[in-house]
Design a protein around this ligand. Sequence first.
Ligand code: GMT
Length: 374
Amino acid sequence: MRIGITCYPTYGGSGVVATELGLELAARGHQIHFISYAVPVRMSEASERIHFHEVEMLNYPLFDHPPYTLALATQMYNVAVNESLDLLHVHYAIPHSVSAYLARAMLVPRRLPFVTTLHGTDITLVGADRSYLPITRFSIEESDAVTAISSYLRDVTLHEFAVKRPVEVIPNFVNCDVFLPPEDHERRREFAGDHEKLLVHLSNFRPVKRIPDVVEIFDIVRKEIPAKLLLIGDGPERTVAEWMVREKGLTHDVVFVGKQNQVQNLLGLADVMLLPSDLESFGLAALEAMACGVPCVCSRVGGVPEVITDGVEGYLVPPRDVKTMAERALAILSEPGRREAMGKAARERASKQFCASKIIPSYEKLYQSVLNSQ
Ligand code: GMT
């Protein structure tokens, strides 16, 4: 198939999933055309079957806000014509599914079906805002197929948006051949000494991720056992975290490595992953850590219980309860054998249920059924 994929190219779960999906589909022989305003973060290089088409925007003094939705629709239309696309797959409803709707209308009488994948805040936060709700609901209803990355997100979409059409759950996935427990721990010494435990957090540092809670949890743990904290990612809450780290005298115990493209090389070095978010529709960062054999302490929110069973591959704790989160992290780090057993269970769950090889065929089947119904 010849598939156009649109996503946010920035450091965020939906863009990561869309990019990894494109790479997996290309490896299975499909022609993939990414259409976005920049090269997606995890797209390392173009290949024979992976192409990138930039959405360029004319800026004109009259525009306070350049109309990206229209420039994207135009580029979708151009790529569909020039590359004979079979379909479009857009990740994150706003505004991508509206642009796809326009591109499809522009191409009539030729058919260009589009699939919309909902990722989370496009429904729970941005999409739920009254300024976007009617058009988000419209573009979902108009999509040729809609998927959600967890049952939780499907249910919120059906109930809160009063969506009448079916929404299929296709969970997020991880490449289990790339995200692996590390064979040697040599690199760990860059971040922690032999007698220190290493905690990790990975996100886009948005307020919903509760970055101050990550620092609070680490501070409690650090008072009990020798430990270091590795913070991967960047975003609006980084400055607050840096200030807290200085205030608490943790400058030598916390490392900020910023945005990283090869997170698989870092996650597996850790003993525990912290994800204390106020909301996660899935929790891709937790799944990536699990595939690397790292247990997680996460908030019991949204779709996270579909990925982690409390007490098996990690722990689920009510959001903002930093004291209990620290206790659970300490249990993993201090009780003999606990880190190993939970890390093994985490890897097993990731590889049994969420490996790319298990999930990608569901997307291929969906594309085929969309094309067959045209
Ligand atoms: O993380 C965000 O701020 C938004 C969004 C994104 O586009 O990155 O993340 C969502 O999609 C991820 C990939 O499907 C999920 O793993 C995240 O749980 C989800 N974030 C939220 O629901 C807050």
